[in-house]
Design a protein around this ligand. Sequence first.
Ligand code: AMP
Ligand code: ZN
Length: 468
Amino acid sequence: MKIFNTLTRQKEEFVPIEDGKVRMYVCGPTVYNYIHIGNARPMIIFDTVRRYFEYKGFEVNYVSNFTDVDDKIIKKAIEEGVSSETISERYIQAVREDMEALNIKQATKNPKATEEIDGMIAMIDELIKKGHAYEKNGTVYFRTRSFSGYGKLSKKNIDDLESGHREIKVAGEEEKEDALDFVLWKPKKEGEPAWESPWSDGRPGWHIECSVMSKKYLGDQIDIHAGGEDLIFPHHENEIAQSEAANGKDFAKYWMHNGFLNINNKKMSKSEGNFFTVREIGEKYPYEVLRFFMLSGAHYRMPLNFSQDLMEAAKNGLERICVAVERLSDIIAKGNSGDISEEEKKTLEELEQLNQRFDMAMEDDFNTADAVSVIFEMVKLVNVKFDMNSHEVAVKKAKEIIDTLTEVLGVKTQKEDILDEEIEQLIEQRQEARKAKDFAKADEIRDILLEKGIVLKDTREGVKWTRA
Ligand code: AMP
Ligand code: ZN
């Protein structure tokens, strides 16, 4: 399996630190608002990476944090007149709901920064003892020049950085030994959340949070550290400096970064205001369409431009897969007995070959777009080769292959039974309302269903429903 490693700017063969196991850390969102679909890109991509490893038999320890202490959270809390915790808890809950809707598997652990302060104080203390950090007036800074590997991830030259910094002097930098030094701990300002520390009542810097949470839940050395490409510098560069200086070991073996989700070829971002939340898109399209769009639209390292046309294309593409899978279910339900025919055997062999091509695409730095086109080829094949007379055993095998691979991509292709039940119940309630001549209520239920993408049709045989 080959992974493009940002550290070496090359595709490298994946060799785990521990046989059969993968330890991966994915930088999670800052929780001060609903996540936008740009934030969802790394979540979907690296969840798919994890799923592929699991499909290949690896045991994956997957850790992704919530940054729940931050200037933006504090600002929002002040605006609303509530505590920072109220804000972060509200949006952590919302992110969890969005992730579930996007079929993102539960992480092994989702640490919250505010619950790991002790570890941060311990690591900062260690860095001070080793001469990699120093305190000035309650603030602790990392001594960037003390770490000889600084710049190895972002390929930035420390002297270039220095001269850049000299031109844009930031207030408060006077007390630093060097303009390149960055904050590990800062004293609180009035009204801010704070924790006791040997240096001041205050809070940690953003970068130290990830170094500490990664160490605590995955160990000093991990296989994969991932996030969006905007995190390469300074966040990941600083994480490397802190972790390697404190632990005396190489930190992550492979650094993976996804490209941006753009809108009109510009990075989608909260600060620019050019964003759609996952929820907004979820009102227009089923969530699996969004997931399918992210995986089929482009290679994960490439930019991906969001547009209605591409979402429509994703919707139609996914629909094609769903229809084929449903048809296979219908054939299986018919239950034609008998052995696999020669013709069917050949089809299954072809499917096996396509399965290998799917694997090859994924082994080549997780080329999900190519993997999706292999699934389309499978769909074409089963549509042509199987019909209502095909043998149950053969069709079951074919369906198993397609189901396994769509599951690797985390794309749902079958109607969910619970959801169906819910729909049936609502339809029944609507019928009762109509019987009681409560037409307002009947219309209301129709609208609720419509919102869920369910279209009702009154026919002579009763009410029929379809997904829009
Ligand atoms: P943030 O909440 O801004 O710290 O971002 C959380 C994660 O989303 C990080 O891994 C970012 O790199 C990623 N991210 C933010 N905006 C985008 C975007 N437009 N496209 C892709 N990834 C993004
Ligand atoms: Zn991080």
